[in-house]
Design a protein around this ligand. Structure first.
Ligand SMILES: Cc1cc2nc3c(=O)[nH]c(=O)nc-3n(C[C@H](O)[C@H](O)[C@H](O)COP(=O)(O)OP(=O)(O)OC[C@H]3O[C@@H](n4cnc5c(N)ncnc54)[C@H](O)[C@@H]3O)c2cc1C
Length: 574
């Protein structure tokens, strides 16, 4: 079936929906999502959204700008960071007006709490900057935006799995997607296509990310000639529930929780004497792994404790009900009474599709634009998070840049013309799908996926080393070879999740290769990318963004400068 829209948006998380609300003011909009819209990973966001409202204590957008730059180890583009931090206050108030039920102070203002790396007076002490809705902030915002996009007449295509994004001669023409319920392939012609398809934590074995976070559209665009930026920077969140990876929000430490090692020490005092447990995530994750490696895990084992007993019981119940329930259900313990075993979990992709601050996608390191193609949210790299994202800055990023992309689409539509997707391209996508459905090899997609996720975890997580990365690249290529030999047992058309998982596996493999090749090349330690063989940050050689391109010979890397407008790189002390 063929559909014609002015704008097609892939993804119904916060970025996709905020963009849809804006783009709908300028033409017809379709939102495609492989899930039911409100099941997008944004709904799992717990702790909050950052904005220097100053409702609880003095704060300023400039301090927010500085913290974001320093938190990102000076790799973030400061022109874009300034845009985000300056727009944060307006953004949160707009969300409040759209109906987001934020938690309140005693005077009825939006309540705010502490979060990692957010400080006052350029690093002097932790500041309350995170606006929250208990520990269900993403859920609250997602439902409000879903309601608003319905009111704007946005048309939703739920459970449509995007198979290809039609790009020809540096222009985007729309999207080809599989209707999961029927197995039918649909063509969506569009003047503007916005990719808001979220993260790809599923490249790792232990992750806080949803099952659906497989990065499909990044991999599709990469294959279609779009570069991927800064993919070596993948954030590990310090407090995943041990053995599960399910997230315990940093808000738990913001409310007074502390980390404890096997000797009962509050070890973050040694690593970040000023803000301790509220240091940025890259530092805390490294500290935990160092404690464990040096034998100071709990009972010498591979986890530490997050102790929430210093937090008052009523605060746990009122502001952290979700994680309290998680601990009871998944760990069988009550955080008011026992410390929680935690270990870093793969959480957030700083890298992604390179865009400007209006969501337009770059084709190369010189700033050429891909016409008709836009990206926003976790799949995009604006880059505001640099080498390490601060907590609560992602929800902010999705809404600020989702809106801006929607506005830019409005400007673009004034002169844009639709050129329909050719029958040949749609035919190629259908043939490729058929080839997957008919695979009769001896391998199982799930087995290959598990091996990949374990290898990525072992060789390319919190600490990295040349030999491991070299080995990893070879192993990924071998797994790619094996993935050509899988067997699909389900021959049905309706809800054929086996085929979808096989397709997602190809994307996980592509992205893993880009991550590991980018990580191998970057011979320094910066933010979340920590090389044991190059333990220092090296601004002279590496203060630059990586751009990975697909070539016939494999992944090729090129580089582009970082935008530095206000804050010169300095040593990161907390
Ligand atoms: C557990 C958890 C807690 C978090 N807590 C916070 C927090 O407190 N504060 C904060 O700032 N950030 C937090 N984050 C990060 C933040 O939630 C995410 O980065 C952000 O919500 C991503 O939003 P998005 O709109 O980019 O994508 P998502 O919400 O991930 O949505 C992606 C969309 O793309 C669609 N999609 C993907 N592939 C396809 C395809 N092939 N075909 C069709 N559709 C497709 C999906 O269906 C989905 O609708 C958290 C993340 C996690 C995992």
């Amino acid at each position: 079936m063929t559909h014609n829209f002015d704008t097609v948006i892939i993804g119904s998380g916060l970025a996709g929906l905020r963009a849809a609300i804006e783009a709908a003011k300028h033409g017809t909009v379709a939102v495609l999502t492989k899930l039911y819209p409100t099941r997008s990973h944004s709904t799992a966001a717990q702790g909050g959204i950052a904005a220097a409202l100053g409702n609880e204590e003095p704060d300023s957008p400039e301090w927010h700008f500085y913290d974001t730059t320093k938190g990102g180890d000076f790799l973030g583009d400061q022109d874009a960071i300034a845009v985000m931090c300056e727009d944060a206050i307006r953004t949160v108030i707009e969300l409040e007006h759209m109906g987001v039920p934020f938690s309140r102070t005693a005077e009825g203002k939006i309540a705010q709490r502490r979060f990692g790396g957010h400080t006052r007076d350029f690093g002097a002490a932790a500041v309350r900057r995170a606006c929250y809705s208990a520990d269900r902030t993403g859920h609250a915002i997602l439902f409000a935006l879903f309601e608003q996009s319905g009111l704007q007449g946005v048309k939703f295509f739920d459970e449509f799995h995007v198979l290809d994004i039609a790009t020809e001669d540096g222009k985007c023409r729309g999207v080809i997607a599989l209707e999961i319920k029927t197995g039918e392939v649909h063509v969506f012609n569009a003047k503007a296509t916005l990719v808001a398809s979220g993260g790809y934590g599923r490249v790792y074995k232990t992750t806080s990310n949803a099952i659906a976070s497989t990065g499909d559209c990044l991999s599709i665009l990469f294959r279609n000639g779009v570069p991927l930026q800064d993919m070596e920077f993948f954030q590990f969140h310090p407090t995943g529930l041990y053995g599960l990876g399910i997230l315990v929000t940093e808000g738990a430490r913001g409310e007074g929780g502390i980390l404890i090692n096997g000797k009962g020490e509050r070890f973050m005092e040694r690593y970040a004497p000023t803000i301790k447990d509220l240091a940025p995530r890259d530092m805390v994750s490294r500290a935990i792994m160092t404690e464990i490696r040096e034998g100071r895990g709990i009972e010498g084992r591979d986890f530490v404790y997050l102790d929430l007993r210093p937090v008052k019981k009523e605060i746990l119940e009122e502001r952290l009900p979700e994680i309290t329930t998680f601990c009871r259900i998944y760990m069988g313990l009550d955080p008011a009474e026992s410390p929680i075993p935690v270990l870093p979990t793969a959480h957030y992709a700083m890298g992604g599709i390179p865009t400007d601050s209006d969501g337009r996608v770059f084709r190369d390191e010189h700033g050429a634009i891909f016409e008709g193609l836009f990206a926003a949210g976790e799949c995009a790299c604006v880059s505001v998070h640099g080498a390490n994202r601060l907590g609560c800055n992602s929800l902010l990023d999705t809404v600020v840049f989702g809106r801006r992309a929607g506005m830019e689409i409005g400007r673009f539509l004034k002169t844009a013309e639709r050129k329909d997707i050719g029958r040949d391209l749609a035919g190629r996508t259908e043939a490729a799908l058929k080839a997957v459905c008919e695979k009769k090899g001896r391998e199982k997609a799930a087995v290959i996926r598990n091996e990949l996720q374990k290898k990525m975890m072992d060789e390319c997580s919190v600490f990295r080393h040349k030999e491991d990365l070299e080995k990893l690249v070879e192993q990924i290529r071998a797994l790619e070879g094996r993935s050509a030999e899988i067997r699909i047992k389900d021959s049905g058309k309706r809800f054929n999740t086996e085929v979808l998982e096989a397709i997602e596996l190809t994307h996980l493999l592509t992205l893993s290769e880009v991550i590991s090749v980018s990580a191998l090349q970057r011979e320094e330690s910066r933010g979340a990318h920590s090389r044991e063989d190059f333990p220092k940050r090296d601004d002279a050689n590496w203060l630059k963004h990586t751009l990975a391109f697909k070539t016939d010979k494999g992944v090729a890397l090129r580089y582009k400068p970082v935008s530095i407008t206000k804050f010169q790189p300095e040593e990161r002390k907390y």
